[in-house]
Ligand binder design. Sequence first.
Ligand code: F6R
Ligand code: MG
Ligand code: MG
Length: 383
Amino acid sequence: MKTTISVIKADIGSLAGHHVVHPDTMAAANKVLAEAKKQNIIIDYYVTNVGDDLELIMTHNRGELDTKVHETAWEAFKEATKVAKDLGLYAAGQDLLSDTFSGNLKGMGPGIAEMEIEERPAEPFVVFMADKTEPGAFNYPQYKMFADPFNTAGLVIDPTMHEGFKFEVLDVFEGESVILNSPEEIYDILGLIGTPSKYVIRRVYRKADNNIGAVTSIERLNLIAGKYVGKDDPVMIIRVQHGFPALGEALEAFSFPYLVPGWMRGSHYGPIMPVSQRDARATRFDGPPRLIGLGFNVKNGRLVGPTDLFDDPAFDETRRLAEDIADYMRRHGPFMPHRLEPSEMEYTTLPLITEKLKPRFKKESDVTKAKRSIYENTSQGTD
Ligand code: F6R
Ligand code: MG
Ligand code: MG
């Protein structure tokens, strides 16, 4: 029987700003999932968080986009929101864009990454979860893991990976996707995924047998709601070992703290910083964007683990470099390219500013005239 891994996440409110999930809200979600496990809706689960995002990691035999599983997640977020409201937490219920559940969670606010798999005799996988960034932030590491032999030695020396992988790339604005092959089409792949605000790698398949290796949440809340309603902090499931990237190859992709959009007010580029669960809290300038990685095995749907993969001195240097990059970027203050280009900013106040100032703008020829008269009035007596 096939196993489905469902990772569903939402920001339903947090403590002391957009900082960290409150343990009581996690307990409320936990209770709902425990009940769903008792009722055999799900086989197993694990509740966690990165920054202000609450993540539900669930296993079951019901396939992707299953109504009962999604309803369970919805219930968990609703219950957690009740607690958030009781405690007066910040932005309680922010990612739940609808009041009524209808069929599945698509388009309702929560981020969803699901994969249905035939379990291998040992089935190791990693769930990566980020706060203060967006789904396209996982383009770079997925390319490194599944297409770059300088990252993944197995692409060269493991015969089961040597044929390469297929990337399903989604245009989040047009709502259409394309499947591209690696290594043959890597220049085309990079041509698209190098624009991560528009093109997001949704799934990766092993070419040899079409087995799925990766899935990412692709929901962009502002595109769903039509206005800024919070960040689309993404989650990603990566199968590892035996024909997929080794665990260490998957983690190696995060050894470079590359720049991602998000951070303060969803409007700044900053370095992605891999951290332990303990450090999965947004602090400096509401960040820097944080990433956690939890490693599991799944056996007949039962979850074994997790292990906290970035809780490791091997990533100290990455974090240190991320801090240096954070310093460097911060010194640009409100200037691009630290601040995002206007079309990518999650806050929409810039048009209001330009609108307000519009009457004061003068045609260039007038400005030139005005400039000349100011000069003539002030330059008397000077050369
Ligand atoms: C970014 C984020 C935070 C908030 C910031 C202001 O995704 O969640 O950086 O944008 O803390 O929040 P508000 O507007 O709620 O005061
Ligand atoms: Mg938030
Ligand atoms: Mg968040």
